[in-house]
Design a protein around this ligand. Structure first.
Ligand code: TRP
Length: 434
């Protein structure tokens, strides 16, 4: 049954696909609003330091585990030690929980593309958004449509599906982002927007900001669920782990910052509070588009851009689960894709409905959507990353050799991996539980 394992056809394809996985709603939707809520430039500075010196460690671990074992997440942890197999499955459960909010937002994006394309622009987006998201049929249909559109690519395979999708969508995504950034910089509020992002006001600094920045950094790099292990397992033998990790961090950060450069000048030009929160992208921003000369044009470009970002991450989410299903249940890729899609559909529906029909269903005072988002982002993500560091640091023989040959770097890496990063992750976890 064992076929030869798929491999990216070039190093560039590997980088594009991994950037496609990392760059998603986390960069365009979550990063700007979190930065807006947490003081702008000081947050950005904290974030940059954390991602460059702390998050790079688990990122390297996942890449190295993928490269060394060339297996899906569950099999890789099984091979490290059979007693860690459960942890592989925990990663898969985590990755399967992400669509509960990610694909729901994907469905909203499809709807927004449609309303801008069809010139059905509502006069008041705040009212529109709350009435649309509480409907029953349409949001569910569009969440499932988003799921279907995503599933097509892993269904077709690593090279002819996943790699192709990323190679086409990511350059288009970058082009649209640059276009929007150039436009945003010509707006009258551009200077204030840029000052908000880049001129630190150190009085804004606080402890909780560090933990929020760290949580965001882990989420945006797709760490803690085996996604990077899976994409890493398709990489070529001679790939340099350190270099790949920093390339990924560079692009992911560049895109998040550029998204800020698009959003904040717009926000400041039209007097919207940058602290608007999660609804920034679905209420404030489209409302502003209606005041621009060609609202349809901006609306379509922005939401198609968001769609590309979301779908390339969605593909990686699905592939992580699919790869493990293929290996561990001995089924074909096509069958695994169908099964994973059905599981995702079943958990996405209640989450989609939690804005309307099921809005009364609450656990710990949170709706289904909020609960799933909270559990994955604040609890499972830091917990899994903590275990990935501990397993790599303490249970894989001469693990640092996989990362670098340089003796000093090796020692620094080892200390960070075994002690410092786990300690910091533990703090994030405790904070998340509060
Ligand atoms: N990194 C993605 C983003 O920024 C979200 C994400 C988290 C993800 N974990 C993942 C994507 C696992 C793919 C696989 O939007």
């Amino acid at each position: 049954m064992q076929k030869e394992r798929a491999q990216w056809s070039s190093h560039i394809s590997f980088i594009i696909a991994t950037v496609g996985s990392a760059v998603g709603l986390g960069n365009i939707w979550r990063f700007p609003y979190i930065m807006g809520k947490n003081g702008g430039a000081v947050f950005l500075l904290t974030y940059l330091l954390l991602i460059a010196f702390i998050c790079v460690i688990p990122l390297c671990c996942e890449l190295a585990i993928g490269k060394k074992y060339k297996k899906d997440t569950v099999s890789a942890f099984y091979e490290i030690n059979p007693k860690f197999k459960w942890f592989g499955w925990l990663c898969i459960i985590t990755v399967l929980m992400i669509p509960c909010f990610y694909f729901v937002v994907g469905g909203w994006i499809l709807n927004y593309i449609w309303i801008f394309l069809a010139h059905h622009i509502p006069p008041d987006f705040a009212q529109y958004f709350s009435s649309y998201s509480s409907e029953i049929i349409m949001p569910c249909v569009l969440t499932l449509l988003f799921l279907f559109m995503t599933a097509i690519f892993p269904y077709r395979g690593v090279n002819s599906g996943i790699e192709k999708a990323n190679n086409i969508m990511m350059p288009l995504f970058a082009l649209m982002l640059v276009l929007l950034a150039v436009f945003a910089l010509t707006l009258p509020g551009a200077k204030n927007g840029l000052e908000f992002m880049f001129k630190p006001d150190f009085s804004q600094f606080n402890k909780s900001m560090i933990l929020i920045a760290l949580g965001q950094a882990l989420f945006t790099l797709s760490i803690g669920m085996g996604a990077i292990i899976t994409y890493g397992s398709y990489m070529k033998e001679n790939t340099n782990i350190f270099k790949s990790a920093y390339t990924l961090i560079f692009f992911d950060t560049l895109i998040a910052v550029t998204a800020g450069v698009v959003i904040f000048p717009v926000v400041f030009s039209f007097g919207v509070e940058p602290t608007a929160g999660a609804t920034l992208v679905f209420i404030s921003l489209p409302q502003i588009f209606t005041k621009l000369p060609y609202p349809e044009l901006f609306g379509v470009i922005f939401f198609v851009l968001l769609f590309f970002a979301a779908i390339t991450s969605g593909i990686s989410i699905m592939e992580t689960a699919i790869a493990s299903f293929i290996q561990n249940f001995h089924i074909s890729r096509k069958k695994a894709t169908v099964i994973v899609s059905i599981i995702i559909a079943l958990i996405c529906i209640p989450s989609t409905l939690s804005f309307g029909l099921l809005s009364g269903v609450k656990l710990f005072d949170k709706t289904i959507f909020d609960l799933l988002d909270f559990t994955t982002s604040n609890l499972l993500l830091p917990f899994n990353t903590l275990l990935i560091c501990l397993i790599s640091g303490w249970f894989i023989n001469s693990f640092t050799r996989e990362i670098t040959e340089n003796l000093i770097l090796k020692n620094v890496f080892s200390i960070l991996l075994k002690f410092i990063v786990p300690f910091i992750l533990l703090l994030v976890l405790i904070y998340g539980l509060k």
